[in-house]
Design a protein around this ligand. Structure first.
Ligand SMILES: NC(=O)c1ccc[n+]([C@@H]2O[C@H](COP(=O)([O-])OP(=O)(O)OC[C@H]3O[C@@H](n4cnc5c(N)ncnc54)[C@H](OP(=O)(O)O)[C@@H]3O)[C@@H](O)[C@H]2O)c1
Length: 309
């Protein structure tokens, strides 16, 4: 029996619960293909899953193979699948399994990756890209001329939000620490505010129309975001919900990204066109995943980290 390497959890807990198990190669079921994984990417929400914090609204069975993002090549075609061939380059958002050498993937979740887009870059797109796309276009409704504050531009989602908001014609003000400032400027931010240097309102020249919050915050820090937005403006948070007090005249919502292949397809197209660039801070082998979880949980990661099995 052919075996493959995986990164799995058999219990919830700290990063030490991640195990590098050899398991039998899966076979694709009806409507699926087997993907030979070129790369997955780390998303901090998976660290929350690993810790058992998502079990109430996103329950998973154990053992659970990590890896929501996957990019690779089709290795085997399941029954009922048309339009895919062995060797096709694909990317998709799966419900786990990408942190392995091979993964079964429903073809309905997969998008073609052009030859000009490296698979390692494509692997950074599903979770972060879908979240960024939906925050900017669906919930933020960013349009030309809007003043948009991106809080947390240095992260995996933030780099894509900044570029998509610029692409939509907005004036983008981004918060980033010195380690990320240059990258965020290159991604198109018109102004970068160093969030480590003091309160954001001290550096913001006038309120914004829209604030996209991409950072987990304490309640006082979340409340401090509200006065940065003009009356009639809007806050969209993908992390800590922000609740404006009555009378602030600011609307706020918390969003959870959904898997929509049309959005992923559009993102791949923007990367192919050179409109969006992927900010890869590191590429690590699968067996470094434990370390990557620890680094993320202690705030030491930035950009996207690619995991290669
Ligand atoms: N709701 C959803 O559907 C959804 C989807 C995806 C992710 N998320 C959540 O959204 C958050 C961001 O995800 P991600 O993948 O972008 O995470 P990430 O890549 O781990 O974000 C790390 C970045 O956060 C920045 N940061 C940390 N504290 C900050 C602060 N106080 N102010 C401004 N920036 C700060 C840092 O920027 P510097 O480098 O500038 O220090 C760092 O680069 C995570 O909490 C994740 O769990 C939610």
């Amino acid at each position: 029996m052919t075996m493959m390497k995986t990164a799995r959890i058999h219990e919830f807990g700290d990063a030490s619960v991640i195990r590098y198990d050899a398991v039998p190669l899966p076979r694709p079921a009806f409507g699926e293909v087997l993907v030979r994984v070129a790369a997955t990417s780390f998303n901090p929400t998976e660290a929350a899953l690993r810790a058992g914090m998502l079990q109430t609204f996103l329950p998973v069975d154990l053992p659970y193979t990590l890896g929501w993002d996957v990019a690779g090549t089709v290795a085997e075609i399941g029954a009922g699948v048309q339009g895919f061939a062995v060797g096709d380059r694909v990317v998709g958002r799966l419900d786990g399994g990408g942190a392995a050498q091979y993964v079964r993937a429903p073809v309905a979740s997969l998008v073609a990756v052009p030859e000009t887009v490296p698979l390692a870059h494509a692997a950074a797109l599903p979770v972060a890209g879908l979240t960024a796309w939906q925050a900017v276009f669906e919930h933020g409704k960013v349009s030309a001329g809007q003043r948009v504050l991106v809080n947390g531009a240095g992260g995996g989602v933030g780099g894509l939000v900044t570029q998509l908001a610029k692409h939509a014609g907005a004036e983008v003000i981004a918060t980033a620490a010195p380690r990320s400032a240059e990258t965020v400027r290159r991604q198109g931010a018109d102004q970068v505010i160093d969030y480590t240097a003091g309160p954001l309102n001290a550096s913001l020249e006038g309120p914004v129309d829209l604030l996209l919050n991409l950072v987990p915050l304490s309640p006082p820090d979340a409340a401090a975001l509200v006065p940065l937005v003009r009356p009639g403006g809007r806050i969209v948070s993908i992390a800590t919900p922000v609740e404006p007090p009555a009378g602030a005249g600011v609307t706020a919502m918390h969003m959870v990204a959904r898997n929509d292949v049309s959005h992923l397809e559009a993102l791949v197209g923007l990367v192919e066109a050179g409109t969006v660039a992927i900010d890869i801070s590191e590429s690590r082998p699968l067996t470094d995943l434990t370390d990557v979880h620890r680094l993320s949980e202690s705030g030491r990661t930035r950009g996207k980290i690619i995991i290669v099995p």
